[in-house]
Write a protein that binds this ligand. Sequence first.
Ligand code: PMT
Length: 402
Amino acid sequence: MLQGRRIVVGVTGGIAAYKAVEVCRRLVDAGAHVVPVMTAGAERFLGRTTLSALCSEPVQTSLWNEVSPIPHTRLGQSADLVLVVPATARLLGAYAAGLSTDLLTNTLLATRAPVVVCPAMHTEMWEHPAVQHNMQVLRSRGVHVVEPDEGRLAGGDIGAGRLATPDRIVAVVEQLLGPHDMAGLRVVVTAGGTREPIDAVRVIANRSSGKQGYAIAAEALGRGADVTIVSTVELPVPIGAVVRSVETAAEMQAAMNELAPTADVVVMAAAVADFRPVDRAQGKLKKAAGPPQIVLEATPDILAALGAAKPAGQVLVGFAAETSDLVANAEAKLRRKNLDLIVANDVSAPGVGFQHDTNAVTLLCAGGDATTIELSDKRQVARAVLDSVCVIRNSPRGASPS
Ligand code: PMT
């Protein structure tokens, strides 16, 4: 997503400085070249070594060094984006006033690249008219602001001013620098496992965590798509996504019947139960009554129905969770359900499929192309899936006919 993009990350002196480490790690994981700059204040909260080790270059702290004769302009001129995380009231004030007192403020004034600031400070400071005025000035100049969250602050206070989560910060960077090859596309992704009630408290469920579906949603958002997640789980919602919560296969089917007809891309990453109890017992079944006889019936095959009614031009993607004959079984599902792409995962392999942060998949296209993605982060798998979706959309044949 951020391959080859050069991001200057400025870290200023607040207690949230340690969270910049995680943000930098994620940007590097997404392929960015991260150049860290620390203010003198930041060095009181964070060791240079930590940040240098996780970024693409050693930390720079001073206007005066022997490496470059004009470092005060070089960093800003060569950046694709400058990110300040956390941004203290002092930094925001200096930037709004156009003061260039250190390497970071010089870099901010010497760049034409997009600038993202992530304020973090105590509630009283954040709400102070002077700080709010500076924010207004910066916003009016096109600076992107990742608003602070409400929550626990240093010293135990609770209120607005807590640094936004790394998820939110990285998502904003991705939306600004991502490839935008899905701009304006409507994408619907299902995530999680359905739960089919046995009685008032018991369900037939599966081990799907929703991580793979949410990773696809986050990737699509970063590439400019409008994304709806039809979800059975509660995970942090990627910024900009709309979530439709469902529980059973029937509820998921109803949501998909409503959303899929107008979608450009549909991805069924959810693990839908194949069977459900014919009857749901009223109340809670009593243990004293002995083991119940639970009669099951097949659930609707949501994906097969979507394949049968697929609108022209829509790219329909299914997943196949297999424990043997991965490719043969997945190919059969690809054809039977009229899909454009199926993502086959051998969920019996270590680190693959349900609940893990990683996955390993084979992507099979209706046109016959096959791509193997070795064990990687689910976000990287999501990237590969959407790369294939874009190739299918742009191919002369487009999506397979309905
Ligand atoms: O959620 P995670 O913990 O991150 O794990 C990810 C995952 C393992 C759930 C995901 O990678 C995955 O494999 N999802 C599909 C699981 C599945 O139900 O596979 P299947 O082979 O049984 O179904 C094939 C396809 O038909 C799937 O796209 C499924 O969503 C769909 N289906 C299945 C049954 C049914 N009644 N209706 C359906 O639409």
